[in-house]
Design a protein around this ligand. Sequence first.
Ligand SMILES: [Zn+2]
Ligand SMILES: [Zn+2]
Length: 391
Amino acid sequence: MNITLRPEIEAIGEEIIENRRHLHQHPELGLQEHNTAKFISEKLNELGLGISTGVGQTGVVALLKGGDGPCIGLRADMDGLPIQETGDVPYKSINDGVMHACGHDGHMAMLLGAAKVICGMRDQLKGTVKFIFQPAEEGRGGARFMIEDGVLGDPDVDEIYGIHLWNYQEFGTVGVQSGPVLAAADEFTITVKGKGGHGAVPHQTVDAVVVSGHLITALQTIVSRNTNPLESGVVTIGQIEGGYNFNIIADKVVLKGTARAYSEANRQMIKQRLRETCDGIGASFAAEIVLDYVDAYPPTVNSAVQSDKVSAAAGRVVGCGVQPPYMTMGGEDMAYYLQKVPGCFFFVGSAPMDREPMSVPHHCSHFDIEEQALLVGSSVWVQLVDDLLLN
Ligand SMILES: [Zn+2]
Ligand SMILES: [Zn+2]
């Protein structure tokens, strides 16, 4: 491991870690990040930055104006998760049932640290930096609210970047890749409507349980038979509910699931095949099957040029630790910005060095990070702005 932190970041390393611990101790759920927003606003105010609050409900945006060059957006998300923290750390959450179990506390701390250092470059900046603190990444799609509130305009953001701390990667690595890095994460509910009756008189019924069994089996072929084997997709039925008792034929079964894809084309294909399979199985068994499909986050797709810029900046910090990211089919609302503005969402390896690899996955109740990774992330932020706006 060969890490070269930016010296200005190293100098405020303790402060960055302190800020992360404060935020970790005081997590708030999506769109309720009032104290979080207040904390961030105060820190940014101290830097003399012009700030807007209440953007996308609880978001905070700060603008650092330099020359007439491009406007670069740097984004951190702010929300915690509805999880009771079980880990044994001195900075354990004091908000019952709420926890920063995804690393968003670290995302904010890294961007605050970088903002402080970048403010020191103010006089030499050839362009503008927009610091974007966004609420409600975990499911509510806070990015959309911020975009509706004009976060990408006045001045127009030319390029946008985002970091996720990533416990699936070793400390000292930065995962960067052009193209899709996270998946579309849609939700669906299927209601199978049959005709109930006595368990011993099946011929007068349409058994919603049997129909559901065929449907679940048929849905497996969307990935195994309809998806190009060189692409990725997921169709998961995560919940099934129906029936009354052992001797009653069920008139209704409700199934809930999620569909994942890395491309819009694959996403549309899955959606269409879901609909066709529901209709076809329904027709075969004389049942009515209703599909309610909800488009959630689109795929997170990085631009080639901006990914190269991140690779170069990250290379200055972690050397050959720049690598393709550990891929999952999770979703991220960073995707909404990347649909409008070219940019790159990248991953800073944060697996704690003193624990078993993969022993503290994201969204688990004892989630924790390697705090030195905060200095790596902050250094990459500063290096990126240095590369883009100073030279
Ligand atoms: Zn998360
Ligand atoms: Zn996250």
